[in-house]
Design a protein around this ligand. Sequence first.
Ligand code: C5P
Length: 316
Amino acid sequence: MNLMRSYSLLAPAKINLYLEILGDRPDGFHELIMVLQSVDLADQIEICANGTQTIHVRCDHPQVPGDSSNLAYRAAALMSQQFPDHFARLGGVDIYINKQTPVGAGMAGGSSNAAAVLVGIDLLWNLGLTYDELQDLGAQLGSDVPFCIAGGTALATGRGEKLDALPGLDNLYAVLAKYRTLSVSTPWAYKTYRQKFGDSYLKETALDQRRQQVHAGPMMAAIAHRDGAQIGKLLYNDLEKVVLPEYPQVLQLRETFQQIGTLGTMMSGSGPTVFALAESQAQAEHIKQEMRAKISDPDLDLWVTRFRQAGIQVIE
Ligand code: C5P
């Protein structure tokens, strides 16, 4: 068997076109219904068999830890536990993360890095895991990891780990806006949401009914028709209800996008990234320029990115 010793993978970020919190789950998480979309903005992950019984993570970004608190590290640790014979025989991995996606941003950057490590180790160790096996391993690491493996456009239910692929939206672009030094804690956002809105959480049959309504609802129809204008109008995120009042800068980004005029604007995930939809690259670049003209703060990062059809991709 001739095993490759290293792989290079693309780990794309995602945005949420839709995020509705339905209720509580017995595992302490929330029952969600989301529409997730991969974007071209991606980190590059180098993963290399190191021939020792250790795992190393390195990233030049100051906010990305190199220890076991990094989800990419935990992905490698999970693989070594699940496949101890391969770990003993072939050794651990050195992981280098070339960070291009915003950190602590609500764009699943960390989850996507972990997804790339799962795919990379599957290849390095020649495990031949099925799609379902990779998805199960991903779900053990985080709710967004299964989507990050698959990518594209998907309806996500459960904790976010149950996926139904939706028709691709390669005709759309997003402008992303994030203050570099601002992050929002995802556990805080969900906990605060429960404190404020827990009384109205749906239970059992009402949960099923709501899922069916969304499934048969206008957002799914707009996606089926690849109708960017309609998708823009139907963007939705329950977590805005707790993040916008607490973080005026996030509200300001959203309001500024609204003033400029876009297909639609929304916070992604638990924030603080706010995105605006555009139907062409030229329109997206124009929105980005207008944004820069209206907010001159050097802490504001802006990106133009295209909707992407795939998740983790091996590039070498
Ligand atoms: O799964 P992940 O590690 O990304 O989740 C981060 C946090 O977000 C969880 O610890 C939980 O507080 C919250 N969460 C939730 N319900 C979900 C997903 C995440 O309450 N479906």
